[in-house]
Design a protein around this ligand. Structure first.
Ligand code: NAP
Ligand code: ZN
Length: 363
């Protein structure tokens, strides 16, 4: 039995927000727009949303303080703001940070007692409706059920552990035209890692594999453009499409080791999410036992071997982080306890190999 549940209604293409007007009309009576400091406005997405809301005479308020790798404290603050304003649905606009935050805010607003308690590890909770509008091409959060938050109590990033799929996603590639070359590359690497971790995954099945291979082919076509800052409309569109496919893959399979291992590099050393995963990838694939599956993945990207992929990754996410053996050992020990990620990895794994992957990846 192969099951693939993709419950998000995804509108992909130019003017996606306006195309979704009828759906927006049925979401609620007052929207909380959840954004980062600048990108929602810079990208033009916020103006498109506001135009539709005003046409529909739907009231709205804006919370624009979501930081990168959003913290539990910030999402609680946004939820209190939304509750006080009387909002009854959420529109997240931005990269993965505002989109993930939107899902957590939607859960807290639907269950206001959570403002004062631990929001991780709870039984399944209901949430207000969420509309997701990505302005990066990387996380696929617009089609996934995950919300990754920074938990300063535990000094790491964690998935909320709920299943909060957006009701709809509006993907308009033009919202990514304002992205810097660096963020474009880092987020493309994130999408690649989702496709690869989803393909090399215990939960993979022929349906998720089909999506992963299609996404890898689309990304592979544009590796040179990514490295040369050649971001045509076709490139922007394909990157957004591949990122959405990658989100659909991990919505089914989950991510695995590089994502789990990368969280420590982001939390303690500030590496952007895509870079934190990307720098681990060559060693991760080298230690992957089923090299037939690795070769299939490389071939979908249009690459000959692992060395060729490694050269691309070095250009796409250069990184000069240097860490001691003791620090890397502590991260490996921590990862060896991360059952949520380990269970998705289809081969035996131990702390020693995890340490070796870190050591081979970081100077
Ligand atoms: P991000 O943290 O949302 O944004 C990174 C930076 O890019 C921010 O400074 C942001 O500005 C800026 N930016 C975004 N869109 C822009 C645009 N169109 N033009 C100019 N600047 C723009 O980056 P992200 O890589 O998309 O998201 C990373 C987060 O997603 C991490 O917390 C990661 O753990 C999570 N994630 C979630 C999933 C999932 O399935 N839910 C999967 C992978 C990763 P502003 O601050 O102004 O917005
Ligand atoms: Zn990711």
């Amino acid at each position: 039995m192969h099951v693939l549940q993709l419950p998000v209604k995804a509108y992909f293409g130019t003017n996606a927000v306006a195309q979704g007007e009828a759906l927006l009309a049925k979401c609620g009576t007052k929207a909380l727009l959840v954004t980062g400091r600048q990108s929602a406005r810079l990208s033009g997405a916020q103006a498109d949303v506001v135009a539709v809301l005003e046409r529909l005479e739907i009231d709205y308020v804006v919370f624009n303080e979501i930081e990168e790798n959003p913290s539990v404290e910030t999402v609680k603050r946004a939820a209190v703001y939304g509750l006080e304003a009387g909002a009854d649905f959420i529109i997240g606009i931005g990269g993965g940070s505002p989109l993930d935050a939107s899902k957590a805010i939607a859960m807290i607003m639907r269950n206001p007692e959570l403002v004062k308690t631990n929001i991780f590890g709870l039984k399944p909770m209901k949430a207000l409706p969420v509309i997701a509008i990505p302005t990066t091409s990387g996380t696929g959060s617009e089609v996934t059920q995950y919300a990754v938050l920074t938990d300063h109590m535990d000094q790491t990033k964690k998935n909320l552990g709920q299943s909060i799929f957006p009701k709809a996603a509006f993907l308009d590639p033009k919202y990514t035209y304002s992205l810097s070359p660096n963020v474009t590359r880092q987020t493309a690497v994130d999408a690649f890692t989702h496709l690869a971790e989803g393909y090399l995954n215990k939960n993979a099945n022929p349906l998720s594999d089909g999506l992963a291979i299609q996404g890898l082919k689309m990304l592979g076509k544009h590796l040179a453009s990514l490295e040369l800052d050649e971001f045509s409309e076709e490139v922007r569109s394909d990157l957004m499409y591949a990122s959405m496919l990658a989100g659909m893959v991990i919505a089914h399979t989950g991510t695995s080791l590089p994502h789990g291992m990368g969280y420590a590099l982001t939390y303690h050393h500030g590496l952007p999410h895509g870079v934190a995963n990307g720098i681990l990838f060559n060693a991760y694939l080298t230690h992957f036992k089923d090299q037939t599956r690795v070769k299939e993945l490389l071939s979908a990207l249009g690459l000959e071997d692992l060395n060729e992929l490694n050269q691309h990754l070095k250009r796409l996410c250069p990184c000069d982080l240097s860490l001691s053996d003791a620090v890397l050992q502590s991260y490996a020990d921590q990862m060896a306890q991360n059952e949520g990620k380990l269970k998705n990895h289809p081969e035996p794994m131990d702390a020693k190999t995890l340490y070796t992957i870190y050591r081979e990846s970081i100077a």
